[in-house]
Design a protein around this ligand. Sequence first.
Ligand code: GLC
Length: 528
Amino acid sequence: MADPQWWRDAVVYQIYVRSFADADGDGVGDLEGIRARLGYLELLGVDTLWLTPFYTSPMADHGYDVADPRDVDPVFGDLAAFDRLVADAHEHGLRVTIDLVPNHTSREHEWFRAALDAAPGSPERARYHFRRGRGPDGDEPPNNWQSVFGGPAWTRVQDPDGSPGEWYLHLFAPEQPDLNWTNAEVWADLEKTLRFWLDRDVDGFRIDVAHGMSKPPDLPDTREEREPAGDDERWAPASGEPDPRFDHDDVHGVHRMIRAVLDHYPGRLVMGEVWVGDSSRFSRYVRADELHLGFNFRLVRAPFDAAAVRSAIEQSLGAVADAGSSPGWTLSNHDISRPVTRYGGGEAGLARARAMTLVELALPGMVFLYNGEELGLPDADLPDDVLQDPIWELSGHTRRGRDRSRVPIPWEGSAPGYGFTASDPWLPMPPEYGKLVAAEQLEDTGSTLSLVRRAIELRKTHPGFQGQELEWFGAPTGCLAFRRAGTTLVCALNTSAEIVPLPPGEVILASGPLTDGMLPPDTAAWLA
Ligand code: GLC
């Protein structure tokens, strides 16, 4: 664990804490539940955990609305449970990174409550973005910004005397007021939070909405309608038109501050969620004195098509090359549809997701796996009345939101709950999850779990996974093949409808059965 650049090729496993494992039987996952599953994670072979927010929260956005960033919500445990988890994870050779949410707080944060009790123009209100409304009575929002989750990005409050008052900005739910990053107290508080967790021995942070935080001072109207087209389109720029809500230049000062704090703690990592489409804008976030690494979402957005996958890989590599950073690859997380479903669902969707996992794990850089991805879980089809994601309400029931990829993990057994909980899980687990339980997949050499385990093991031990540069080979239409420069290990992917010959070499791993030594559709193979 001594290498200060350990993260460059690490496999990071994202735990959606609410859905991973429930130790205290209330239907919601918790820190003790994670601790009880560390053996599984060690067996899977991942290097690092990323825990989604477990801080004190009214859970309007399941923890991304933080009321106290320096304490644990009772539903997840307490600080002692957190310390036990970190210590035990380290014993298992696993690093622990945690999610920080600096763009906004909860409405229940003591600062926001103080702001509501204080007068317009007060220092309490200056920590957020309060503005007078437009129109003669101030009853129209201060600008035309939309919330990412749907509806206006502004909510009106009452003045302390009960009369209609100012509006506050929230790029997400109304329960998530945006902080004002020109306010010195906001900076000082984040610094305090960073040190608080670094001193508790965390190995790093994932910065939520790392392209947010800073806003243009005059909060200008957007020039185009930005209501997202679908749940997975949230931050996609609709055109080349810059979006004044995000990626404001001053945000880089915040990242430099974060990095300066981390540099006092050797070997700790800061990575960021950067939904910025333009590669040169993206690369600014991973400059030498900012984030170590940014999540690049190009691979998520690529359809299952060799040309699109290759172009996403090349663009991602290009975006970090100039800055001297390394890429972070992701196919799945708690905000987007699961790959099995995205690639078409059913057997074909699963085969394609397995193939893409081999592509991803062959790439240089950090790889993120989202809990359940290693089991080949599809999205869950949930009835309207159980949906909890604020997107469902805020979009006026036009977007179903992200609950479908947040359903708890099936661990073992055949009865509902599947080892996740002894009571009712917070979202219902579909019966088809019962066929994908981890315990059975561990015993089955053909399972997705066994494939992912073997792939991670080879990635760590085989010399073919060294080096940062890729070399591409000629490949039949609908196929791609590459290797790390200077090595002999080739990854081949077939997204076409034809069976194709494999490149020369011995197959050391394939995502599905070969056909007479050839590569069938929806399949990838590693050859040495
Ligand atoms: C990030 C999180 C998402 C959350 C949002 C607001 O995008 O990944 O789950 O809803 O930020 O905090």
